[in-house]
Design a protein around this ligand. Structure first.
Ligand code: FAD
Length: 298
């Protein structure tokens, strides 16, 4: 890693960073070992400068870490956390939000502006960057249905690019950001004028459904598996009586079989072992290869 240049830049520009930092502090799963450095750029200029410095080195950009977890060993790279790039504004029927803005705050902003369309995302614990990269979905909608365009930095060409909805190449729990060297800077969501009380009711209903169905009292990274075409992963796992199945501190949630939760002291290895066991058992019974939604970074 071009570590000296990086530190020089960070110190000179007053960028917040932490060395040898525990990744468990950065992810909702609360697991993982230390990382060489975590950097918190406070504006786009800094984000792009840091990406330029790191372009040939090992690094990852994260939002709220609610869909990923790191190795138990040392992550010998840089983690760029976008939490400080979090502005939200309005342009006519568009809501414009930077990559680090929590998607729930964007949804709440739309509500305040009497704009509907983002209610489904209320309660998803991620940022705009993570939600767009993962095409976050809930209650029959997903990000692709409301996204107009994004501004991204292309590490390969060293250029800012505007991506139309089609250029995001959205699919189930994926987008172009998962398979390229594009880093999302901001997105514009195209919403409709709505009734405040109807938007409120939908958001409220969504939060209640989340509280009822999801194990929100324990650390997790959300649904562990992508929904296969043939049905629901959680139903298949439940049918095999795997709720409560535990490896070390990692457990198939007793509340929602699609979630793997950290019941205390879980390691990334525990989670990975549990995932393999669940996948094997589902495959033996249903001849389906479950695919992980949660992202393991090593
Ligand atoms: C309790 C709980 C409930 C959840 N419910 C849902 C749900 O209903 N629906 C749903 O879809 N998900 C759900 N999730 C999963 C997760 O919250 C979403 O996928 C969320 O959108 C991830 O956002 P994040 O900022 O945390 O992403 P992270 O976990 O930080 O990152 C996820 C991926 O996005 C990439 N990424 C992040 N920012 C950028 C950027 N600026 N540019 C390029 N790539 C970037 C990362 O590199 C990584 O590959 C849930 C998770 C939890 C813990």
């Amino acid at each position: 890693m071009n570590y000296r240049s990086l530190l020089h830049y960070l110190e000179k520009n007053g960028v917040e960073f932490k060395e040898n930092y525990s990744t468990s502090e950065l992810v909702t799963f609360r697991i993982g070992g230390d990382a060489k450095i975590v950097i918190f750029p406070k504006n786009r200029r800094q984000l792009i400068d840091i990406l330029r410095i790191l372009k040939n080195d090992k690094f990852v950009v994260i939002g709220n870490g609610s869909n990923c977890y790191f190795t138990d060993g040392f992550y010998d790279g840089a983690i760029i956390a976008t939490s400080k790039l979090n502005s939200i504004s309005r342009e006519n029927n568009l809501v414009v939000a930077e990559c680090g803005a929590p998607i729930t705050k964007v949804s709440k902003f739309a509500f305040d502006e009497e704009l509907c369309g983002l209610e489904f995302s209320y309660g998803i614990p991620g940022t705009v960057g993570g939600a767009v990269a993962m095409n976050a979905s809930a209650f029959g909608s997903d990000i692709s249905t409301v996204l107009k365009e994004s501004l991204a930095y292309d590490i390969c060409s060293d250029k800012l690019v505007v991506l139309s909805n089609a250029e995001h190449i959205f699919s189930v729990k994926s987008s172009v950001f998962r398979k390229s060297r594009l880093i999302l800077i901001l997105s514009k969501f195209e919403l409709q004028k709505g009734s405040k009380s109807e938007i409120y009711d939908k958001m409220n209903d969504n939060i209640s459904r989340r509280r009822e169905a999801q194990p929100l009292n324990l650390p997790s990274a959300g649904s562990a598996f992508i929904k296969p075409e043939q049905g629901y992963a959680s139903q298949m796992i439940d049918s095999l009586n795997l709720k409560g199945y535990t490896v070390g501190g990692a457990q198939v949630s007793t509340k929602h079989a699609g979630f793997i939760v950290n019941i205390g002291g879980a390691t990334a290895a525990d989670v990975n072992d549990l995932i393999e066991i669940v996948k094997r058992k589902v495959n033996e019974q249903y001849k389906i290869n479950l695919e992980e939604e949660i992202i393991y970074i090593e």
